[in-house]
Ligand binder design. Structure first.
Ligand SMILES: C=C(O[C@@H]1C=C(C(=O)O)C=C[C@H]1O)C(=O)O
Length: 158
């Protein structure tokens, strides 16, 4: 992996904030693609250490700069961990803005993938995921960087 991409893929703070900073003066927007209750994929259940039959809250978004999708993200939270968190009300506000304000937020190891997003047909160089926890709340955040981002920021192909 190139150093330029490593900085994006290995970053452990808010990707939303990094995209806003790197994208200025472009306008940042979260486009909500899907948000519902459902079941996790098998690999998602494994990453969260839950049974695949458990109900989860699923959210898929495109993180856009000037309406160009730079990242597609799918977040999966076990329903049982959600007590009291009104995440369905987030709408087109960034999950990251809320998450990174939570005290004592912990991020697990980042897994990297060279495959495209398994949930959206959107080609790009790298994907990554990690579990974020605060208290009993857990969410698996999966983010795939897209070719439009590489083009707009003149990043190497990989
Ligand atoms: C976890 C973050 O939140 C981002 C925002 C998301 C959303 O609004 O659904 C989803 C995943 C992340 O790319 C972050 O900013 O790092």
């Amino acid at each position: 992996m190139s150093t330029a991409w490593w900085h994006w893929v290995a970053s452990r703070d808010s990707l939303t904030q990094r995209l806003i900073d790197a994208g200025t003066p472009r306008r940042f927007r979260v486009r909500l693609l899907d948000q519902r209750l459902g079941r996790p994929r098998r690999d998602e259940a494994r990453a969260l250490q839950i049974s695949p039959s458990r109900q989860v809250w699923l959210r898929e978004v495109a993180l856009c700069l000037d309406d160009r999708p730079w990242v597609v993200a799918r977040s999966v939270a076990p329903l049982r961990s959600l007590r009291g968190q009104r995440l369905e009300r987030l709408g087109e506000r960034s999950l990251g803005h809320w998450l990174f304000r939570q005290p004592g937020l912990e991020r697990g190891p980042i897994e990297v993938s060279a495959d495209p997003a398994p949930f959206r047909a959107a080609p790009g160089p790298w994907g990554r995921r990690s579990v974020l926890r605060h208290g009993r709340f857990a969410v698996l955040v999966q983010e795939f960087f897209l070719d439009d981002m590489a083009d707009d920021l003149a990043l190497p192909a990989r």
